[in-house]
Design a protein around this ligand. Structure first.
Ligand code: KG4
Ligand code: ZN
Length: 347
């Protein structure tokens, strides 16, 4: 099929996303978020998220169709995030997708959330170069991915060995007294701070660590270093310079992310780097990646911030690629897989 109309459903975390994509064109991206219900707990509460998905699913599908000016019966295929993510939340999306596939008699594609974060860039910047390098940085994952073919071949070159980049942002924000989710708040605070004020550690960047974990990341030591620094400051009775801490912490994260991403491109002879995932919305990450890629002669592609965080358009985008390439549909007994490995593009 040349320009399939694909409906994409995303429910892996706290965003109910419904996207409609025709070929490589985004028609509409509707999102309902339960983030405010989780904020007072300082993290996503799985039960609350599942219930919110149930309530939001039908109205969000209706809104997407209305805004895109399409009828459900026009849809050629249904794509849904099958994993990884919160089990109960994934189940809501997968069940809805199966119901639609059966009711409309259309093929169902269970796809990988992480691959979708990379694929979404097609909607803004056209077909993916093959191979491309993907730097995927979200609340649950931080991976360097060699992507020969987004529809079926993704190789993980490295990943975080402890906290994900977004998780580190959220935890550090919390200890600085900033609201959840912390990434956007740190991003904003950091603009008023000095990024070289405090020399926080860069995980897995030297000696033996670098040999053993060439393209892996580690952010838990950094988080602890920030906590210690803040505690020492509080104990001394001096005020904590929140903007400087935010800027210096953020710099430590994005320095390592971009350094390793550029190195991976060079060592694997890849000309194109793609950023994806919620942390790719970070202003400083985008700027530093741009600077370093330019210096290294690597082309950089970054989706606009609204498509970096979880959404349904990314699921529809990857679904559409798979349909266009004649990829096999999933079975109707498809299961949600909360720990689906990043290499497994389709369920
Ligand atoms: O991809 P995403 O929406 O959900 C997951 O799949 O995890 O990523 C959410 C993560 C959160 O940790 C959030 O704090 C972080 O992305 N994030 C940011 C920014 N916007 C969202 N981190 C740093 N800077 C931002 N501007
Ligand atoms: Zn995500």
């Amino acid at each position: 099929m040349n320009e399939p109309l694909v409906l994409g459903l995303e429910t892996s975390c706290d965003e109910t996303g419904v996207g409609l994509v025709s070929g490589q064109t985004l028609l509409f991206d509707a999102i309902a978020s339960s983030v405010e219900e989780h904020a007072r707990f300082g993290g996503v509460v799985p039960e609350v998220a599942s219930r919110a998905h149930l309530e939001a699913m039908v109205p969000t599908i209706d809104r997407a169709c209305r805004e895109a000016g399409v009828k459900l019966s026009d849809v050629d295929a249904i794509a849904v995030t099958a994993g990884p993510g919160l089990a109960g939340s994934l189940l809501v999306g997968v069940a809805a997708a199966k119901a639609l596939a059966i009711g409309l008699d259309r093929p169902l594609y269970g796809i990988n959330h992480l691959a979708a974060h990379v694929a979404v860039d097609i909607l803004e910047h056209g077909p993916l170069p093959e191979p491309a390098m993907g730097l995927l940085v979200s609340g649950g994952h931080s991976n360097l991915l060699l992507v020969p073919d987004i529809t079926q071949d993704i190789q993980s070159l490295g990943a975080t060995i402890d906290d994900a980049a977004g998780e580190a942002f959220d935890k550090v924000a919390r200890l600085l007294g900033l609201p959840f989710p912390g990434g956007p708040h740190i991003d904003r605070m950091a603009r008023e701070g000095n990024r070289i004020a405090i020399d926080f550690p860069r995980g897995l960047t030297s000696g033996r660590d670098l040999q053993r974990h060439r393209f892996d990341y580690s952010f838990s030591g950094l988080k602890t270093a920030v906590a210690r620094w803040v505690q020492a400051r509080e104990a001394s009775g001096e005020p904590v310079p929140v903007a400087d801490v935010a800027a210096s912490f953020q710099e430590a994260v994005v320095d390592v992310l971009t350094r390793k991403a550029v190195k991976a491109c060079q060592e694997h002879g890849v000309q194109d780097l793609l950023l994806g995932g919620g942390v790719a919305a970070n202003t400083r990450l985008r700027a530093l990646a741009n600077e370093r890629c330019e210096a290294a002669g690597i082309r950089l592609r970054v989706p606009s911030p609204g498509l970096c965080t979880d959404n349904g358009a990314m699921v529809a985008a990857l679904g559409s690629e798979i349909v266009s390439k004649g990829g096999e549909a999933s079975r109707l007994d498809l299961r949600a897989d909360s720990s689906q490995p990043v290499e497994q593009v389709r369920a």
